[in-house]
Each structure stands twice: as structure tokens, then as C-alpha cells.
Design a protein around this ligand. Structure first.
Ligand code: XMP
Length: 514
């Protein structure tokens, strides 16, 4: 945890927007960290924050098991901003009249500031905000100043300057709220006095120093897949303790066309550490024989990966540390907001390492979001083509060959996928989409080629736009591009006579078909 950058701690009360608050603050070059609302005073103050934000949350302060303010709250002397549920908590704490409401206010509304205030400085007479709440603060308590009202809320924002407490009923972190960024900046800079001293790029040296201290002269093993997260993890550990690091890359037989070679080459050029390459194509295909259930495919692939990893470390070890590309969202998702303890999903990236693995974890990216990891990768000199790579699932093409995974079908899929991806690149569309790939359906249909009847497989093209993969929209690709891709696939990939484009969004569909 960084104490060099004194930023903002966000106490998470379970809002779906908590991560967004952190991102908005970090995008202003101020460090921000999310902790569960039940965090201890020691944990919260460890990074010497200059302010605290209480997030929104799904609870009502009148609920039986409603999460409250921490018991150490009284003793802190840094500014606090409550957002939505956080406003209700502060309102109650300050003795204001808070009322439950059976009808939730959800969506856009207008707020009207009541004169000048530091928190709302720079906002106009009226602006649109995004609300999502049931309870309301109806009347202020002594010392509390009403900063804004809305159509539905007599108190849409308040301040208790003497106690350094501020609150907004709406969500300044969502982009539907006008001037939301301005309001957060007012809190962070004008009220808390934070400085712009944090950026993903300039923390590389800091991380390297931290890793050297943590690892000492012991050895580290790192599984690399060619993806951005593991490549950046390996690069940063390599820079810290290159001669004590060993990277392992497993060809599991369900990679894309030419991928094993290109990843090997890129990693070899990049790392000073040795790269162990394991060709396990036959072993994976053997394990997948006869399996059609998607979950079973994933489980078998994950299990074999672990076996191979264990074999390598038994042969080349001992290794005291395992480096993983765990990102901040992986950690946050695994933090139980309402649970008594914070459980971290330590095995996220390598498909579920068994508990018996006696490694200490090295997770240099665990405080970063994906776009920040790309920034770090860029600062470390990783090529743009590697940093801009689309996400690719761990189980690879095994979850894109619907039904049984056999080499003949993989070969068909690889060719179609290559045509699609190469086409996206040459049409300048690759960077426009979050992720793209082809899927092979085990469905045959009738076609006609020349004068002959064909009865062949169907290829699905899937391309989506997204910011984090949690939700996604199908990409509105140029029809001319789709037409060209379809023609090229049908004309050159033997075994395919039909190409369809997937126009489903997530939710309710998912990005991968299995
Ligand atoms: P879905 O299909 O759930 O995918 O919409 C969301 C994102 O996650 C990727 N994905 C995976 N990544 N191991 C991974 O490393 C997996 O088992 C896995 N399954 C899905 C998917 O490609 C998309 O980016």
C-alpha cells in the first residue's frame, strides 16, 4: 500500500458504482483506494488518506442489518463525503431528520444549488443528475447547511463545515450526472487538499523497489499467456529481479493461429528471465476428448494447466513466489462487502491453483485497472501491438468450438478466425472493438458452390464494444467489411459454407458462446 501518495479512501457500502468513484479520482492523478465499510481504523489510515468517501449502497439505513458507520468514525479528523447511502448515514449521524420511502427515486432529476458552496462551486443554477435512492434526508440538524435541493429531495446535498462532512444524494461519479467530475474535484482538491501526484505510468519505479524488498534474493515463477496482464506482470518482476525469475508459457493446443510462436518470440525479446515453453497440445486435446459440456471443458483445461505448472516447478524449482497478473477489479469483486473478513481470490489468473501450492504471491498490478496496466506496460516499453491485444479467454478456442473439441474443427476455426482478425486490422477496426473472434458451430447447412451441393459448418463472427467486459454491445461493423470477411471465409476455408454475425448484447448474452 502506498503512503507516498496521500489520496482518498473509499469505504464500500456495496454500490455498483464504487469502482467508478475510484477511477474518477485516479483519473485526476490522485491515488484512491477502496476498502470494505467494515475496515479497521488502522487499515483505513495506513495510507494516510486526505479524505474519505462513503459510497452508495443497496441498503436502507432503516433496515435491520443495515451497515453503519465504523465505530472509529468519531475520532477521524479528515474530510468525509457521503454519496447516496453515505448521505443517509451522515445525515443520521449528524442528527438530521431522515425518512424511509416506499418509492425509490431512480434516474435523472434536476438539482438546484442554494447559493455558493465549496462542494458545488462551478455548477450552474440548475443541472441534471443521476439519482437512485429510497430514503431521504428531510430536515437539517444544527450546523448543517443545505447546499442543494431537487424536485424530490429537500436536501439533495449538504455540508457540516465544522465537522468536515459533506454529502450528495445523487451520484457524481456516473457520467449521466452533469458537473459530477467538477464536484468530485472540489472535494478532492479544494476540501481535502490532495495533490496530483499519482499516475499509473510513474509508479513503475516504486513497484520495482517494493518488489525487490519483498522478494529479496529468492526465486519467482510466473505463468505467461501472451495477454496484457501477465506480460506486464512478468515485465515488472523481470525489471525488479530478472535473474531470479522464470516464466512459463504453455501451448495448450487451443491457441489461435500462429499465437504460440508469436507470443514466444515477443516474450523472449522482452524478458531477461528464462522462458520455459511447454508444448502440451496433445495432452490437452486428449483431456478434451468426448467432452461437450462448457463447464467441464473449462475444468479439465484448468486442472491440466495446474498439473503442468506443478511439474515445471518441481523440475526447475524451488520457487518461493508466484507472480500473477491479478488486477484491482479481480480483488474488489472478491471482497465481501458485508462479510466479516476480506477474502482475496488469489488464484484468479492461473485457473485455480490448489491450496497445497506453497507460494507467496507477488501481484504487482493488484491496485490497478486495465487501462492503467496498459499505461504501465507502455512505460515499461512493451509494444503497442501487445498492449492493445484483445482479451482472449484462458480456455481459448475450446470454448469457441461449440461441442466436442477436435483438431479438425480447431483447424477450421483457426483459419476463419485469422481471416476475421486480419481483416479487422487491415480495415482499421481492430482497435475500435473491445474483443472479436470467430466461433464454430457444430451445425451443418446446405449450400451451393459452383454446381455442387455442400453440407458444411457455420462460422459465427462475434465482435463487441465494452469498457470492462462486464457488459458489452455488439459492434456495428461496416457491412462491406462483413461481406468481404464472409466471402473470404466461405471461399477459402474448406468445411464452411455459411457465416453469420452475432448481434446479441451482454446481458442477456455473454461475450463467449460457452
Ligand atoms: P463472458 O463470456 O463471460 O466473458 O461474457 C467476459 C470476458 O471474460 C473473458 N473470459 C475468460 N477469460 N478465462 C479467462 O481468462 C476464462 O475462463 C474466461 N471466460 C471468459 C471473455 O473472453 C471476455 O473478455
Amino acid at each position: 500500500m502506498s503512503t507516498a501518495h496521500r489520496g482518498i479512501v473509499i469505504l464500500d457500502y456495496g454500490s455498483q458504482f464504487t469502482q467508478l468513484i475510484a477511477r474518477r479520482i485516479r483519473s485526476n492523478e490522485v491515488y484512491s483506494q477502496i476498502l470494505p465499510f467494515s475496515a479497521s481504523e488502522e487499515d483505513v489510515l495506513a495510507s494516510r488518506p486526505k479524505g474519505i468517501i462513503l459510497s452508495g449502497g443497496p441498503s436502507s439505513v432503516f433496515g435491520k442489518s443495515a451497515p453503519g458507520l465504523p465505530d472509529w468514525f468519531e475520532s477521524i479528523d479528515i474530510p468525509v463525503l457521503g454519496i447516496c447511502y453515505g448521505l443517509h448515514l451522515l445525515g443520521r449521524y449528524l442528527g438530521a431528520k431522515v425518512e424511509p420511502s416506499n418509492v425509490a427515486e431512480y434516474g435523472h432529476t434536476n438539482v438546484t444549488p442554494c447559493g455558493q458552496s465549496t462542494l458545488l462551486a462551478g455548477t450552474p443554477e440548475k443541472f441534471r443528475v443521476w439519482m437512485s435512492h429510497g430514503d431521504k434526508v428531510l430536515e437539517p440538524s444544527p450546523g448543517m447547511e443545505v447546499l442543494a435541493t431537487s424536485d424530490d429531495c429537500p436536501i439533495a446535498a449538504f455540508a457540516h463545515e465544522a465537522k468536515g462532512m459533506f454529502a450528495v444524494q445523487f451520484h457524481p461519479e456516473v457520467h449521466h450526472t452533469e458537473h459530477g467530475e467538477n464536484i468530485l474535484q472540489n472535494f478532492v482538491f479544494n476540501i481535502c487538499g490532495c495533490e496530483r501526484d499519482w499516475s499509473a505510468g510513474n509508479i513503475v519505479e516504486e513497484k520495482v523497489a517494493e518488489l525487490r524488498k519483498q522478494i529479496g534474493n529468492r526465486r519467482v515463477i510466473c505463468a505467461v499467456s501472451g495477454g496484457v496482464d501477465s506480460a506486464v506482470t512478468a515485465a515488472i518482476v523481470d525489471r525488479a529481479v530478472g535473474d531470479q525469475l522464470m516464466c512459463v508459457f504453455v501451448d495448450n493446443g487451443v491457441l489461435r493461429e500462429g499465437e504460440a510462436d508469436s507470443v514466444r518470440k515477443v516474450l523472449n525479446d522482452q524478458l531477461t528471465a528464462p522462458l520455459v515453453f511447454v508444448d502440451a497440445r496433445d495432452r490437452f486435446l486428449e483431456r478434451l476428448k468426448g467432452v461437450t459440456d462448457p463447464e467441464e471443458k473449462r475444468k479439465r483445461i484448468g486442472k491440466l494447466f495446474i498439473e503442468i505448472f506443478e511439474e515445471v516447478s518441481a523440475l526447475k524449482g524451488p520457487f518461493e513466489f508466484l507472480a500473477q497478473g491479478t488486477l484491482y477489479p479481480d480483488r474488489i469483486e472478491s471482497v465481501s462487502t458485508f462479510g466479516p473478513s476480506v477474502t482475496i481470490k488469489t488464484h484468479h489468473n492461473v485457473g485455480g491453483l490448489p491450496e497445497t501450492f506453497d507460494f507467496e504471491l507477488v501481484e504487482p498490478l493488484s491496485m490497478l485497472f486495465k487501462d492503467e496496466v496498459r499505461e504501465i506496460g507502455s512505460a515499461l516499453g512493451l509494444p503497442d501491438v501487445q498492449l492493445g491485444r484483445h482479451p482472449f479467454p484462458g480456455p481459448g478456442l475450446a470454448v469457441r468450438v461449440v461441442g466436442e473439441v477436435v483438431e479438425e474443427r480447431l483447424a477450421i476455426l483457426r483459419q476463419a478466425d485469422k481471416i476475421f482478425i486480419d481483416g479487422l486490422k487491415s480495415w482499421g477496426l481492430y482497435d475500435e472493438v473491445w474483443q472479436a473472434g470467430a466461433i464454430l458451430l457444430p451445425v451443418r447447412s446446405v449450400g451451393v458452390m459452383g454446381d455442387a451441393r455442400t453440407y458444411d459448418f457455420t462460422i459465427v463472427l462475434r465482435a463487441v464494444t465494452s469498457t470492462d467486459g462486464m457488459t458489452a454491445d455488439w459492434a456495428k461493423l461496416d457491412n462491406a467489411f462483413l461481406q468481404e470477411t464472409s466471402n473470404r471465409i466461405i471461399n477459402s476455408v474448406s468445411g464452411v459454407n455459411r457465416v453469420v454475425y452475432d448481434i446479441s448484447s451482454k446481458p442477456p448474452s455473454t461475450i463467449e458462446w460457452e
